[in-house]
Design a protein around this ligand. Sequence first.
Ligand code: PMP
Length: 378
Amino acid sequence: MIYLDNAATTKPHQDVLDTFITVNESLYFNPNSPHKAGLQAEQLLQKTKAQIKELFHLKNSFDIVFTSGATESNNIAIKGIAYKKKDFANVIITSVLEHPSVLEVVRSLENEGFNIEYVNVTKEGQLDLEHLNSLMSDDVALVTCMHVNNIMGQVQPLEEVAQIVHQYPKAHLHVDAVQAIGKVPLNFEAADTLSLSGHKFHGLKGQGVLFVRNLHQLEPIIHGGGQEYGVRSGTVNLPVDISIVKALKVAVNETNELYNKLSAFNLEIIQFLKGYHGVQVNSPLGASPHILNIGLPGVKGEVLVNAFSKNDIMLSTTSACSSKKASLNEVLLAMKIPKKQIEGSIRISMGANTTSDDIQTFKEKFKNVYEEVRELLR
Ligand code: PMP
């Protein structure tokens, strides 16, 4: 089986699994317990957070809140900031490019009375910075912007976004960096809060981090025992939280190497596809190389995914979260991709385990699939 759906999830590193088991076996204590064993657990938790800060050279600029994944991190950050600022700023700025764990949160805040503004998107899938600038005012509480898009792979100009947002002292910038970690260098400078998800970089499902520059800017949305600085109550999941460091270290230390490897694979696939009439590349130039979105207008994306699946190639239409929806994907629509091409689009997503042999097999199987559907191509 060739797995080319790494943007949906990745295989956990053995080191991560081993650490998870070891901590469960030997340090299963509650870090909040007052006894010696609890204290030991608490010390390991703090040591782990210090290691993560060191890995990203963060010194004292951020606190780390462990969560159950990026959906929770995004909810805690977006709702937390919105509620904290609601009396003096009630505009939230986002774009249709965002993942549902951002868009649906913002939509629910709209129902609660917040004003939501959507920044226009260019044909390359970038935020239109002039439009963003025109939407900014002293009423803006929050701008939320992803680092790398999960469907097309385009990288947002976070530095420029931050320059615009931070001209307004009340405005907070939240960054969803789920698809960026390990693929491109993370931009912490720009962010006031930043979300990560372990299972996208060979960690575990249910393993998330929220980096927070100023904890006082977050109104807790999960209430309880006050763990994680009161921002995310609930008994700390020490084995899960500790083992993410193993995945983070590999992701950060091998970002450049992986970038070069996947850029070469990405280019190889694009060159190969040039030989197939009717096949379009949807991902814009400069996108993160781990995601390559292509379109075969006239064929349905689901038909292609099934055909590849029968050939033991696992890939997806859009994202795992939206691939079951019948409507046309908003990200591709925003990038003005023609309707037929959107309907016939698939996402090839690579990761640290992708090999040159995988790419050769993909190319061979692509020929079979192409032969099957070529009658339908327009
Ligand atoms: N943001 C982005 C960009 C994602 O790709 C995903 C995962 N599909 C999430 C957020 C949600 O992450 P999790 O699965 O950890 O809730």
